[in-house]
Design a protein around this ligand. Structure first.
Ligand code: ATP
Ligand code: MG
Length: 778
C-alpha cells in the first residue's frame, strides 16, 4: 500500500504498476510501441532503489543505442535523489568496455587498450589480407570484417569456424591472423568487446560469482534485438535457476526487431520465456505516445506481416491530425520542403529538438544536411560520418593513442609518415616484416631498420616518447594542444590549401575534450576517489581497475569515448537542434513531429531486401518503428528523382503507401500524377526560382545526370510511348559516349521521357531523353 501511493507510481496504469512492482523473478514484457515499456523499466529501477530493495551498485540496465542509454539515465536522474552516472546503465558495448577495463589483466589486454571503430577494423583487416598476399578482390576487407564479426557474434574463435571449402579455410586463417594482430597491438573491435567479456565470465568462476552476487536486478530494453552472444552474455550474470536469485527483466516488441541482418533473434524472447520458466508474460496494450491516425497507420501496416507473436495497441488520445504525404520532384526539392516545414513548425512554437527527420540509409542525410546548413537551422546527426571519424581528427587521436599505447600498430601506421617525415613504403614494409618475424610491435621493431629510413623512424618514436614525457601531469586539454603542436599537424594544415576546415575540426577536438571533462567531472571528483563505484562518474573510462582500484586517466577515457560514441558535432551541445538519424538509430525514441523521407521503392523498402519475404518483413518492421516515433505530427515524403552515386535515378513511391489506411492520410500533392507533367512543371519552377536543381545542373553534373537507372520492377513501369522524336523501340540509336545501341524501351513524356538502350559492350542503360543526345540510325 505504501509503495502504491508513492508519487513515482501515481501515473501508471494497472498493468504497468504490476510490472514495476513485480516480485524479484524472471519476467518478460512483450508489448507494442509507445506502451510504456521503457518507462516501466526505468520506473522499476527507481522503485527498487527508493524502497531500498537494491543498492545502485546492484542494478544493471542494458539498452541498444547511446542515445537510448542517455535517455534512460536522464529519466532516472529526475526520479532519484542521487547521481546516477556511476550506475551500470548503458549499451552492451559500453558495459562490456567498462567490464574489460576493470579486468584488463584477466582479459589479457593492455590497461590502455583501444577500441577499433568500423573503419579502423576494415583497415586492420586489410593489413592482414595484404600481409598474407591475398587478392583483395576475392577477400574484400569490409566483407571479411563482417565475416569475422559474424563469427564473434556466434561465439566462434578461428578454431571453431567450420571449414567446408577453400574459401572458408582462408577466411578462418585471416580471422586467426587478424586476432593475433589485434592482440599484438592491444586493440579490440566492437564484437571483440562482447566476446572477450563473455569468455572472461565463462572461464573465471570467481569473477562470475562476484558479479552474480553483485547484480541483483538486470533489466534489458529492446530485448528483441539481442543476438546469440548478447543473450549468452546476459546469462552469465543471471543464469536460469541461479542460486543467487537475481531477477532478470526482459522488455521487447517482436514487431520492432530490426537487426536480424546482424544476427538478432526474436527467438531469444521465446527461449528466455522457456529457459527462465517465466510465469507470466506481461502485456501492455495502451499506447501513450501517439494520436489515433498515427497508431492506426502503424497497426494496419504491421498487420501485413505474417511472422508475429501478436499484440494489440489502442489509444485514448483523439485521432489527431492526419498523416501528411508529400511528393517532390527531386531530393533537392524534398529538402527544400523540409526546411519550409521545419521553419513553420518552429515558428508555431515547437522546439527544434522535437522535430526528427528519419531516413533509411545514411547517405540520404547529405542533401538534407546541406539544405539545413544553408538555411541556418541548427541540426544534429546521429550515426553516419561522425566527427570522430573525420581524417584529421583520426590523425590527432592516433597520436594521442600512441602516447598511451605505443604498440598500437594501427595508430602507428596512420601517422608515422603523416605529416611526411621521409618514411617510404619500402621502409615500412621492412619494418612490418621485422615486426612479424619477432612478434613485436612496429614501435618495438624500429631499431631493426638501418639507414636513412631507420633514422627517420627513430626520430618518429623519439617524438612520441618526448611528447609523452612532456605531457605528464598536464590536463587533457593541454595534452591535446601539445600533441597538435609537436606532431606537426597544426603546421601541416595551416599550409594546406584546404586546411581551414580541418583546423576548425582540430579546434573542435579540443572543445570536445573540454566538454567531456566537464561532463564526466574529471579533475573535480573522479581521479583519486576511493573505489566506490557509485560515487564515480559514469563514464566507461572512470571505472577503477578491479585489482588496483586505479582510475583510468582522462586521456584514455576520452579516447574510449571517441571510439564508442557518436561525437555528433553539428550543433553545439545543449543547442536546440533538429534531429537527423536513420530509422535504426531512432528506435526507442519519440518526437512531437516526425518526417520519414525517401519513401521510395528500392530505398525504403531497401532494394537488397525486396526480393526476400523475410527481408521485406524486416523492412516493414522498420517502417513500423519509424511511424511509431511520432507523438503528434507525422509526415511521409518521397521523390520522383534522386541523385545517387552521381546519377539521377527515377523512383516510384514506396509500396508501404498502399499498406496504410487511406483515411489516415492527407496528400499534399495531387495523387498519382506519375512521372510526367508534375515533374516537368516542378523542374521548370525550381529552375526559375534558382533553387537546388539549377545548382545541380549548373555544377556541371548534366553529363552524369543523363544516365538513368530506375530500380523499378518491370511490371510497375508505365509504358507511355513506343515512339519519341523519331526513335523507335527495336531500332538502332547512336549516343555520343556509348556509341551504337538498340532501343529496348521508351517511357514517360516531355522532360521526363526516358529510354532503355542496349549498348552491347557498354551494357544496358537508362537514359533521360531531355539530356541524352540519342539519334536514330538506319
Ligand atoms: P518503444 O517500443 O517505442 O520503445 P515504449 O513501450 O518503450 O516504446 P515508452 O517510451 O516507455 O514506450 O513510453 C511512450 C510514451 O508514453 C512516453 O512519453 C511515456 O512517458 C508515456 N507513458 C508511458 N506510460 C504512461 C502512463 N501510464 N501515463 C502517461 N504517459 C505514459
Ligand atoms: Mg522503449
Amino acid at each position: 500500500a505504501d509503495a502504491a501511493s508513492s508519487p513515482l507510481l501515481r501515473n501508471l496504469n494497472p498493468e504497468q504498476l504490476a510490472a514495476v512492482t513485480a516480485a524479484a523473478e524472471p519476467a518478460l514484457i512483450l508489448a507494442g510501441a509507445g506502451s510504456g515499456k521503457t518507462r516501466v523499466l526505468t520506473t522499476r529501477i527507481a522503485w527498487l532503489l527508493n524502497t531500498g530493495q537494491v543498492s545502485p551498485g546492484g542494478v544493471m540496465a542494458v539498452t541498444f543505442t547511446n542515445k537510448a542509454a542517455k535517455e534512460m539515465q536522464t529519466r532516472l536522474a529526475t526520479m532519484l535523489p542521487f547521481n546516477v552516472r556511476g550506475m551500470w546503465i548503458g549499451t552492451f558495448h559500453g558495459l562490456c568496455n567498462r567490464f574489460l577495463r576493470a579486468h584488463w589483466k584477466l582479459a589479457h589486454l593492455p590497461q590502455a587498450f583501444q577500441i577499433l571503430d568500423a573503419s579502423d577494423t576494415t583497415s586492420a583487416v586489410k593489413r592482414v589480407i595484404k600481409a598474407m598476399k591475398l587478392d583483395e578482390e576475392r577477400f574484400v576487407p569490409k566483407q571479411v570484417g563482417w565475416f569475422i564479426a559474424g563469427c564473434k557474434e556466434d561465439g566462434q574463435r578461428p578454431g571453431d569456424v567450420v571449414v567446408h571449402d577453400e574459401q572458408t579455410r582462408k577466411l578462418a586463417e585471416i580471422y586467426a591472423n587478424y586476432e593475433d594482430q589485434c592482440q599484438r597491438e592491444g586493440v579490440v573491435d566492437f564484437a571483440e568487446l562482447m566476446l572477450r567479456s563473455y569468455e572472461l565470465l565463462r572461464d573465471n568462476p570467481a569473477v562470475r560469482e562476484h558479479y552474480q552476487n553483485r547484480f541483483r536486478h538486470i533489466l534489458v530494453d529492446e530485448f528483441q534485438d539481442t543476438n546469440k552472444l548478447q543473450y549468452a552474455w546476459l546469462k552469465m550474470f543471471a543464469p536460469p535457476g541461479s542460486a543467487h536469485g537475481q531477477s532478470l527483466l526482459a522488455v521487447g516488441d517482436d514487431d520492432q526487431s530490426i537487426y536480424a541482418f546482424r544476427g538478432a533473434r526474436v527467438g531469444n524472447m521465446i527461449d528466455f520465456e522457456r529457459e527462465y520458466r517465466v510465469q507470466r508474460v506481461i502485456k501492455l496494450e495502451q499506447n501513450y505516445r501517439s494520436f489515433g491516425h498515427i497508431l492506426d497507420a502503424a497497426n494496419e501496416l504491421i498487420s501485413r506481416n505474417s511472422q508475429r507473436l501478436g499484440k494489440t495497441l489502442r489509444t485514448d488520445a483523439g485521432q489527431g491530425e492526419p498523416i501528411r504525404v508529400q511528393e517532390s520532384p527531386s531530393d533537392f526539392a524534398e529538402a527544400q520542403w523540409l526546411i519550409e516545414e521545419i521553419q513553420h513548425l518552429h515558428r508555431g512554437g515547437l522546439d527544434r529538438k522535437e522535430i526528427a527527420i528519419l531516413y533509411r540509409s545514411n547517405a540520404q542525410s547529405r542533401v538534407i544536411e546541406s539544405a539545413l546548413f544553408n538555411s541556418g537551422i541548427p541540426y544534429r546527426v546521429y550515426g553516419g560520418l561522425r566527427f570522430f571519424e573525420r581524417a584529421e581528427v583520426k590523425h590527432a587521436l592516433a597520436y594521442l593513442r600512441l602516447l598511451e599505447n605505443a604498440n598500437d600498430d594501427t595508430s602507428f601506421l596512420r601517422v608515422v609518415n603523416f605529416p611526411t617525415r621521409g618514411i617510404g613504403a619500402k621502409t615500412l614494409e621492412n619494418l612490418q616484416d621485422a615486426a612479424k618475424a619477432t612478434g613485436r610491435s612496429l614501435y618495438q621493431s624500429v631499431s631493426a631498420i638501418a639507414g636513412k629510413g631507420g633514422a627517420n623512424l627513430l626520430a618518429f618514436t623519439n617524438l612520441i616518447d618526448s611528447t609523452r614525457n612532456l605531457t605528464q601531469g598536464m590536463t587533457l586539454r593541454e595534452i591535446i594542444e601539445q600533441v597538435l603542436q609537436t606532431s606537426g599537424l597544426l603546421d601541416f594544415y595551416r599550409t594546406d590549401k584546404d586546411g581551414a576546415e580541418r583546423l576548425e575540426n582540430l579546434d573542435e577536438l579540443v572543445n570536445a575534450a573540454e566538454a567531456f571533462v566537464m561532463q564526466e567531472g574529471f579533475g573535480k571528483n573522479a581521479v583519486g576517489l576511493p573505489v566506490d563505484e557509485t560515487a564515480q562518474p559514469g563514464t566507461p573510462g572512470a571505472v577503477p581497475d578491479a585489482e588496483t582500484g586505479e582510475i583510468m586517466s582522462p586521456l584514455v577515457a576520452f579516447l574510449t569515448h571517441a571510439s564508442l560514441e557518436a561525437g555528433d558535432n553539428q550543433a553545439q551541445a545543449g543547442q536546440d537542434a533538429v534531429q537527423l538519424m536513420t530509422v535504426h538509430s531512432a528506435k526507442g525514441l519519440e518526437f512531437d513531429a516526425v518526417f520519414i523521407t525517401g519513401l521510395e521503392e528500392g530505398l525504403f523498402p531497401h532494394e537488397n531486401a525486396m526480393s526476400d519475404p523475410n527481408g521485406l518483413e524486416e523492412e516493414r518492421r522498420l517502417m513500423y518503428v519509424a511511424i511509431t516515433r511520432a507523438r503528434k505530427k507525422l509526415s511521409l515524403s518521397f521523390c520522383q528523382t534522386r541523385m545517387l552515386h552521381g546519377q539521377t535515378r527515377y523512383h516510384i513511391k514506396s509500396r508501404f503507401f498502399d499498406e496504410l489506411p487511406e483515411d489516415a492520410l492527407k496528400w499534399l500533392t495531387p495523387r498519382n500524377q506519375g512521372f510526367g507533367s508534375g515533374f516537368a512543371r516542378e523542374y521548370q519552377n525550381a529552375w526559375d526560382r534558382g533553387s537546388g536543381l539549377k545548382g545541380m545542373v549548373g555544377a556541371g553534373r548534366v553529363e552524369k545526370a543523363a544516365w538513368v537507372e530506375p530500380p523499378v520492377p518491370a511490371s510497375m513501369k508505365q509504358k507511355v510511348s513506343e515512339e519519341h522524336g523519331g526513335l523507335r523501340v527495336g531500332k538502332g540509336v547512336f549516343h555520343t559516349k556509348f556509341g551504337e545501341g538498340v532501343l529496348l524501351t521508351l517511357e514517360g513524356a516531355g522532360a521526363d521521357a526516358r529510354a532503355q538502350v542496349n549498348f552491347g559492350r557498354h551494357g544496358t542503360k537508362w537514359l533521360a531523353l531531355s539530356v541524352a543526345k540519342l539519334t536514330p540510325i538506319d
